[in-house]
Design a protein around this ligand. Structure first.
Ligand code: AR6
Ligand code: MG
Length: 308
């Protein structure tokens, strides 16, 4: 693959994730019907991005500054970037508070949910930069995705979900759409994910209700990561995959973000509708880290990765 195409795919993954997040944000928690009526006049991007993108930015910033994974630094980036109004999950909010108070990044996340740790999708939703940075080395990708998740999500299902999402982004970046499910199947250890990934092929003609029943659409990583992979594989364009993911209702911003990351890594930034890019830039004009900044992060990851 020529390097320019790969550069566009780096941008596509990060920008695609932010676009999916912002499109899903106003309909988070809605039913299929409610999403349909909110967007009945067309899929216009009208919102800011949420915690999904704010944390993805932190992951990218840390990889760039440290030239690889550094847990303590990544935790500091999450704390520095935190804005409560971007709607963080309750578990993550608590962990970030303890990290800010000085707890070690390998310890703080183990305290939530009665010591079980979180299996929410909050680690998977932000993991795209790791999928890009380690796309050519699956063993390292898998290990680093688990470690980067552990900062806030220490439950094995939270970590495995993030690793599956990171690997899906890497496979999409490498153009491996056909072999994606086989490659994932060969890596996944946890039964709930193995089971759902193995169903995807058979569900291609399912209606939305059945799809939700089989794969899920909520905040648990195992009820949303397989759904994002399905949304990517079910269609042949960035636009169709992302609007389908959001049309399922439930955790729309995060399923939108994860579908956008995989699809953006596959199709490249050019495939993202220009109106969505313009609206994303406009929504963040008042001080957030917007489109140009996210593109710059992607370019930096690319530059460091390929030493150019
Ligand atoms: N036991 C029971 N419920 C759990 C457990 C557990 N061990 N782990 C997670 N949950 P959280 P996130 C449920 O709070 O993953 C934002 O809007 C529990 O209901 O760690 O960072 C994002 O945009 C918990 O509240 O947050 C995402 O959409 C929920 O999973 C979403 O929230 C999320 O886990 C995920 O955020
Ligand atoms: Mg969110």
């Amino acid at each position: 693959m020529i390097k320019d195409a790969l550069r566009s795919r780096f941008r596509g993954a990060l920008v695609g994730s932010a676009v999916g997040d912002a499109l899903g944000a106003p309909v988070e928690g809605c039913t299929i019907e409610e999403v349909g009526s909110f967007y009945e006049n067309g899929w216009e991007l009208k919102s800011h991005y949420t915690d999904d993108t704010e944390m993805m930015i932190g992951v990218a910033e840390s990889l760039i500054e440290r030239h690889g994974f550094d847990g303590a630094d990544m935790a500091r980036k999450f704390i520095r970037n935190y804005h409560a109004w971007r709607h963080y999950g309750p578990g993550t909010r608590a962990v970030l508070k303890w990290l800010e108070a000085g707890e070690h990044w390998e310890v703080a996340s183990k305290r939530v949910f009665n010591g079980e740790g979180s299996y929410g999708n909050g680690a998977a939703m932000r993991i795209a930069p790791i999928g890009l940075f380690y796309h050519d080395d699956v063993d390292t990708l898998w290990e680093i995705a688990h470690k980067a998740s552990h900062i806030t999500h220490s439950h094995v299902l939270g970590k495995e979900g993030a690793a599956i999402q990171a690997y899906s982004v890497a496979l999409a970046l490498r153009g491996q759409r056909e072999g994606m499910l086989t490659c994932l199947g060969a890596r996944i250890k946890e039964g709930i994910y193995r089971n759902k990934i193995s169903k995807i092929e058979r569900l291609m003609d399912a209606d939305r209700e059945l799809l939700i029943e089989e794969l899920g659409n909520d905040e648990a990583a195992f009820n949303s990561v397989p759904t994002a992979i399905f949304s990517f594989l079910r269609f042949h364009s960035f636009y169709e995959s992302v609007i389908y993911a959001i049309s399922l209702g439930g955790d729309t911003d995060t399923i939108g973000a994860m579908t956008g990351a995989i699809s953006g890594a596959y199709y490249g930034e050019e495939a993202i509708p220009q109106e969505w890019l313009t609206a994303l830039a406009k929504a963040e004009d008042e001080g957030g880290k917007g489109l140009r900044y996210i593109e710059w992060l992607a370019d930096e990851l690319y530059r460091i990765k390929f030493n150019v």
